[in-house]
Design a binder for this molecule. Sequence first.
Ligand SMILES: Nc1ncnc2c1ncn2[C@@H]1O[C@H](COP(=O)(O)OP(=O)(O)OP(=O)(O)O)[C@@H](O)[C@H]1O
Length: 669
Amino acid sequence: MSLRSSLAALRNLCTESARPGAHRPFCARSLSLAFDVIRLCVADLLVLLWTLHPWRSLLLLILELVRGVFPAFRGYSQALLINELQALITSNNFTWTCITRHIAVEFSRLALEALIDAIATENENVVYGSAKYALEYRQMEKRLKLDLPTLADPQIRDLFRESDLFVRSFGGMSSFGLFSTFDFMRILTSISELISHALVLSSLTFNRPHLTAFCFSVLTSLLPLILRTARSHGSYMDEAADPQGTRAILRQEKMRHLAQSEAYRQELIFFGLGPWILQGWAKARRTVLGLERRQLETDLSLRGLISINFSSLATFIQNVPLVLLYRSPSASLGLFTLYQTSVQAIMFTTANLIHSTRMAYQGIFLMGAFCAAMEVEPILQPRDRDVPFEVSGKGMKLDVKNLTYTYPGCEGPVLRDVNLTIGAGETVAIVGFNGSGKSTLAKILLRIYDFDSGEILVNGVDIRRYSPEDYHSRCTAVFQDFARYNGSAQENIGVGYVDKMRCPYTLDTAMRLAGAKETVCALPLGLKTKLDIAGQDGRSFEGDQLVQSPGPAYGCQGLSGGEWQRIAISRAFMRADRPEVELLVFDEPTSSLDAHAQKRIFDSIERIARPAGSSARKKSVLFITHRLSTARRADKIAMMENGTICEFGTHQELLNRDGKYAALYRASI
Ligand SMILES: Nc1ncnc2c1ncn2[C@@H]1O[C@H](COP(=O)(O)OP(=O)(O)OP(=O)(O)O)[C@@H](O)[C@H]1O
């Protein structure tokens, strides 16, 4: 929790880092947060990784260190070989046998190196693969547990986006995370590589004894790099602190999403939004890519010129110790080669080290986000020990008292002072004007949303004391904004009760009750037909990829609005008749259906609630409708206006009252 608030504090402080995954600056506050993250997370993560493959992890560590020494060793051995060759040639003792022997030795060394490399890579794949899987699993498991109120918190959403970045990049070539990664290993390898090259250099220069030559060599090999890093460091800071750049990235992503998401395609075509989207994206993209800059200030800056001159100067100066070496009595071709490869390797390795350290620094924050995300608990989980739901066998009894609810981020409450009673086995219809809060109330009663104040008693027990999973298994529902899954008809129906997804009898019953059987049977592959969730142009997106629908000939077909609604009702009916299900909620289930189909659905609901042979209903039913002729079928009607129930009673009682309901009813006939 403290970690999460630290991350939030950092975001508030550095507004430019508000975008999840944005680079954190090297400011004192970020550094102190990085330190906190390491202190709080590293031990746990290391234990987790260690427990997966203790011996392989140890081997990984050792082999990485050994691999770091390879380049210096390689340079040294090749220098020796060159020296030998030089000696053979200058002494006129040159024989092919000698050369072959030397080459064979070198070949054995290379073969050994390759073998160790292969073992290390294979071991690395196993360790990183299982570590990646373990972290992805934890992340996925946690994410699936989160309810809507928890995800409504922008801080939590950002936290999970960053955590996603951490998990997805774990161990990859562009990985993040100090202890996750190649970064950490790369840092180790680079350090051991640097040390070995420095040792070689010192043996070449210091021993001879040319301390100045050694310092000279190291400094001149590092100077161009330091200058380059200072320059890129500046631009890196600018990138993080540039609010215009951040805005451009956000706009670019927004426009890309508009262009790619099928949800907007219909209106995109209808309103001719293409050029507007393209123009907006292009402008933002050019800004992000730096093509919109007014002047080529960076490239032509004095700093750039100075840096270039220094680089060439440094390259020239690197030759000075060579002159010193040349004067030494033991000067040889191998020595020169070794000197030059060592100097170049120091430059190259230091560049790698700086890059890896910067990546690792950013990775620390993502690692922190991952650890903080793993601490998030769903808001709807009961605070104390949860109460098990007792099935009454007569339907669910609901008492709603003075309920108030405000959507996260909204100013005023959307529901205020709502009072409602649904008796066990009763059917209640909620009617009312658009935006009066009907769907919101249904979602609160289904424990999808929480509420601010008031009380909901379910069979006399506070709804907050049930675990949401337990409570949800006692209900079924058709949401107004039901989902269309990118899968077959069977999957689209079967998700209503996954245990019976492959049960032909349950699927068949659900489809028959919802009047979806004819629709599904008419599909090219029946239940196996993949339902096209794309727009009419038959395109959909899988990830970033635009996918053209293969069409009916390939077993993929689109459905009409009413047909989709029947699929969604079948989904709810998959488990509606189960004895443990005591509440059926339907939010405008038949809005796209014709009058016959609508009657059939409500007959089915009644049949499920009152099974054959039973005089009393076994399930309570709540449905929301704008068709008042349908609402009449309910035992009681709740009329909603401005987020509250203004009238409640039977159809006749409400007509007699001659209030809002009576006026609405008269308007509807
Ligand atoms: N996710 C949300 N965030 C903020 N406000 C919301 C959200 N969803 C709905 N609202 C607002 O809450 C109010 C009630 O919405 P709700 O969907 O419950 O109304 P409704 O009575 O079901 O409407 P309709 O008859 O049109 O389906 C509306 O003013 C709506 O703008």
